[in-house]
Design a protein around this ligand. Sequence first.
Ligand SMILES: Nc1ncnc2c1ncn2[C@@H]1O[C@H](COP(=O)(O)OP(=O)(O)OP(=O)(O)O)[C@@H](O)[C@H]1O
Ligand SMILES: [Mg+2]
Length: 255
Amino acid sequence: MMAANGIRPALLEIVGLSHTFCHNGAAEAVLRDISLVLRQGELVCLIGRSGCGKSTLLKIVAGFLAPIQGRCLLEGRPISRPGPDRCVVFQEDALFPWLTVRENIAFGLRGRKMSAQSQAVEVDRYLDLVGLQGYGDHLPRTLSGGMKQRVALARVLILSPAILLMDEPFGALDAQTRDDMQDLLLDLSRERRQTILFVTHDVQEAVTIADRVLLIDRDTGGIGEELQIELDRPRNRTNEQFQRYCARLHQWLRK
Ligand SMILES: Nc1ncnc2c1ncn2[C@@H]1O[C@H](COP(=O)(O)OP(=O)(O)OP(=O)(O)O)[C@@H](O)[C@H]1O
Ligand SMILES: [Mg+2]
């Protein structure tokens, strides 16, 4: 939906968010005064040094953790608990090992008013979408890492979440499989205008997929930098401007 002035409305809005963990009685401030807005259909990457709080921020948006301070709104409503409108994909697949691929994908549909037949049709559609036709009856342990992440993706996309939260989802994959998964994610996100908040360590990955990159500064706990990636898609990694974006992000990370 477009507002009259052509600006898409905010889907996720975080205002003045701070978080502190307690370790053996000592407080450790992790996120400090974070404010950000994600608009419908945007793909935003979060990068930052290890321990800066990227996963913590994702957990707060997922509703697994309550921030010490600040507001976190999805479609204008405060986030107070986990919900099917916010799905998370982690680095290590969290598939149920005793369920088949098909059963894993159907898992989130339990409790929805849907006949077994239309559920089966939906699952087939999503198997197809992630390129796993013919693997529906396999158990996860018989799949490669990339295939497992395809199942993990299908399992959340079938729920049509308002926002998809991804925490280094391709971090454990080899380079070629990772490229394939980035392409798949981009195709799916463009087709569905899926809003995505994506955490990565990998600068090239961020510049390949993101509309915008946000850097969390480990020293201050705040958003240190923000970079709009103004490159046509599909993006070419040998392009000079692509490499300039990467160099700039590397420089920030080294600070
Ligand atoms: N449940 C917890 N209890 C106490 N401290 C925590 C907890 N979870 C995270 N932390 C601390 O908060 C900081 C940020 O952790 P977080 O996992 O968000 O970092 P990250 O940016 O995702 O790092 P990485 O890139 O290594 O995944 C770390 O110092 C970590 O030790
Ligand atoms: Mg993390």
